[in-house]
Design a protein around this ligand. Structure first.
Ligand code: HGY
Ligand code: MN
Ligand code: MN
Length: 423
């Protein structure tokens, strides 16, 4: 059963994986790249494809109350605890075709090989395509995985999308019952661990000539919305000294984000959204709202940076006679991956003849949520130029196939007793 010759060759297998990813990428709202949001027709189409592929791989399939697509490949002894794998089906606006969904398609490819060979493992294998990790439609990051770990985002159900549709209504329109959200929760004793395959979204593996790497830790993050309020006025008549221009204040605030984050090589900060009211070329901006995304491997540094930034924004607002509101939207506590799972993943990487490289994740992942109920590991896959959250995101067929070979080796050799041994 563990004959390594039964591993498909990386290039052919990877080609099949890329073709499946290509088919999934067609389900996009349009524009460059892929835009796929929670509980939309595109999400429904992808759920359908994944459900078909899960069934082909011998899995039972269901959609849980959080719109996650869940498949299970039964253990040699039915009902045994599972090793869960997966990642997210949704994307950012105009994102790539690999962020998230690669971590669904690669495990399915492995399970299909097991199924075709009539091979069962002493533990079940589950794959979850989480419905919403990026939070594009309702601003709710990790919505799908939060429900799975028993923290359903009930408080977010009344959030509205750009068209004014509430999250609760969107779930109803998708054929689900928002009241049933808590039923998506899984119990720790049902799982041996969670493994997420993901593109690296950074340059390290490419620079070192490595196809895959093992993640050690996931970054801490904080996200806020800043609103500056001034006085709208006539662009031609109000003297420059008498203006309360909210956008000019925001411009200074955005520079303050950049300056604070440049002061440390362990801190990054991004302003990716901005809205100006009333938004006309001949009107002095009366209000301006912008997002701030801060990340650091060091939670204390992140906290200090957020506090410094709020203080600086208050100074800017005061000097310009603007109103200031800072909404701390969410904090994502980072986390380490589990050493016993990393060690087993490393053994699979080495067995594939690849130098084991351990690296940090500056991006957030569903694994951060799963960490609340089980141990986690992540396998990163090299991506071209480290580019992600961009239509140009790219991986090679060879690397996709190599990731699948590493994962299948890992699954065949997986020893849940490693957890108890690790204490
Ligand atoms: O924003 C992130 O880190 C991820 O892509 N969700
Ligand atoms: Mn992403
Ligand atoms: Mn992702």
């Amino acid at each position: 059963m563990t004959d390594p010759s039964s591993l498909p060759p990386a290039a052919d297998w990877g080609q099949d994986i890329l073709e499946r990813l290509e088919r999934l990428a067609r389900h996009s709202e349009g524009g460059p790249g892929v835009t796929r949001r929670l509980a939309t027709p595109e999400h429904r189409a992808v759920h359908g494809l994944l459900a078909d592929w899960m069934a082909e791989a011998g899995m039972t399939v269901r959609q849980d109350a959080a719109a996650n697509t869940c498949g299970r490949y039964e253990a040699s002894e039915p009902g045994a605890p599972a090793l869960m794998m997966g990642s997210h089906q949704d994307t950012v606006r105009q994102g790539g075709r690999y962020d998230g969904i690669l971590g669904v398609v690669v495990p399915l490819a492995c399970i299909k090989v097991l199924h075709d060979a009539g091979e069962r493992l002493p533990f079940a294998l589950e794959v979850v395509a989480f419905s919403d990790e990026e939070g594009l439609r309702f601003g709710t990051g990790l919505f799908g995985s939060a429900a799975v770990v028993g923290r359903p985002r009930i408080e977010d159900l009344e959030r509205r999308d750009d068209a004014g549709v509430s999250l609760a209504q969107a779930l109803r329109d998708f054929g689900l019952d928002p009241e049933a959200l808590p039923s998506a929760a899984r119990r720790p004793e049902e799982l041996h661990g969670f493994v997420e395959v993901h593109i690296e979204q950074g340059p390290v593996l490419e620079a070192e000539g490595l196809p895959v790497g093992i993640v050690t830790d996931i970054t801490h993050g904080a996200n806020m919305t800043v609103t500056l309020t001034g006085v709208a006025g006539h662009a031609g008549t109000v003297p420059m000294t008498r203006r309360q221009d909210a956008l000019a204040g925001a411009a200074e605030g955005i520079q303050a984000v950049e300056a604070r984050c440049r002061a440390s090589d362990r801190l990054v900060g991004t302003v990716g959204q901005i809205a100006v009211e009333p938004g006309a070329s001949n009107v002095i901006p009366g209000a301006c709202r912008f997002s701030v995304d801060l990340r650091s491997p060091d939670p204390a540094l992140l906290k200090d940076a957020a506090a410094d930034l709020e203080a600086r924004l208050a100074e800017i607002a005061e000097a310009r006679a603007l109103g200031l509101d800072v909404e701390r939207r969410y904090k994502l506590p980072g986390c380490p991956c589990s050493p016993w799972l990393m060690d087993q993943m490393e053994a699979a990487v080495v067995a594939e003849g690849i130098a084991p490289r351990r690296l940090f994740s500056g991006a957030g992942h569903d694994a951060m949520a799963l960490r609340e109920i089980t141990d986690i590991a992540m396998l990163f896959v090299r991506c071209a130029g480290g580019i992600s959250h961009n239509p140009a995101e790219a991986i090679t067929a060879g690397d996709a196939g190599t990731a699948a070979r590493v994962l299948l080796r890992f699954l065949r050799a997986f020893d849940p007793a490693g957890r108890a041994a690790a204490g």
